[in-house]
Design a protein around this ligand. Structure first.
Ligand SMILES: [Mg+2]
Length: 217
């Protein structure tokens, strides 16, 4: 599935690819509604409904990922709330072994994430991911989300990447489609971003559930 002799850089998404999306789903669909309900006097169900409608209105934009934007909108410190439950941040199964494999084979490891810089720092510390990375890019510093047209050209310039020799792994179909449209040839989809939810159906991209599927025995 991956011809490693032709790849020297691996571009890695964070949430749902290296880290279990269970944390994010728990935070946004369970913990935040609970806390927002307590703050506003809404029922938890009403808070969840309100938050989902607000979230839908931001989908696909950088603000959707922006902790400062959310904090202002809700009148709550969303970063502090995430810190309260940071012990729930975990690698997806096999992710650590895959990072070690990349290190042992001298592959350059670059994190490319839509996570807000504050969420990124929090998760690097909570997971222990930081030391495995040669570089990291938050889409906030490039002013475009990964699924926005122009992101990949901008990243190439900023990071000096050779996409012909780069493998990009992500769980988001919209992000992968944008990367494909901008000419990235080696794309791979993670099909089970949240380990507590069912495996997603295959798409037009090569897909994996476990990293072992792309590591030589
Ligand atoms: Mg992701």
């Amino acid at each position: 599935m991956v011809n490693w002799s032709r790849i020297d850089t691996v571009l890695l998404d964070m949430d749902g690819t290296l880290l279990d999306l269970r944390f994010d789903n728990y935070f946004w669909l369970e913990y935040l509604p609970l806390r927002y309900a307590a703050k506003t006097g809404m029922t938890v169900e009403a808070a969840l409904k309100w938050l989902q409608a607000f979230s839908d209105s931001l989908h696909g934009t950088l603000n959707w990922y922006c902790l400062d934007y959310w904090s202002d909108a809700l009148g709550m410190d969303v970063e502090a709330l995430k810190l309260e439950v940071q012990d729930r941040v975990h690698f997806r199964p096999g992710a650590l072994g895959f990072l070690q494999f990349l290190h042992d084979h001298n592959k350059r490891c670059i994190l490319v994430t839509n996570a807000h810089p504050k969420a990124l720092e929090l998760k690097l510390v909570a997971s222990g991911l930081g030391p495995y990375l040669h570089a990291r890019y938050s889409s906030h510093s490039l002013q475009l989300a990964k699924e926005n047209t122009g992101f990949w050209a901008k990243l190439q310039q900023a990071a000096g990447l050779d996409y012909q020799r780069s493998l990009f792994i992500d769980d988001s179909l919209n992000v992968l489609r944008c990367a494909a449209a901008e000419g990235l040839p080696h794309l791979l989809q993670v099909l089970q971003p949240d380990t507590t939810l069912p495996v997603r159906p295959r798409s037009e991209f090569a897909g994996i559930v476990h990293f072992e599927e792309i590591m030589p025995a």
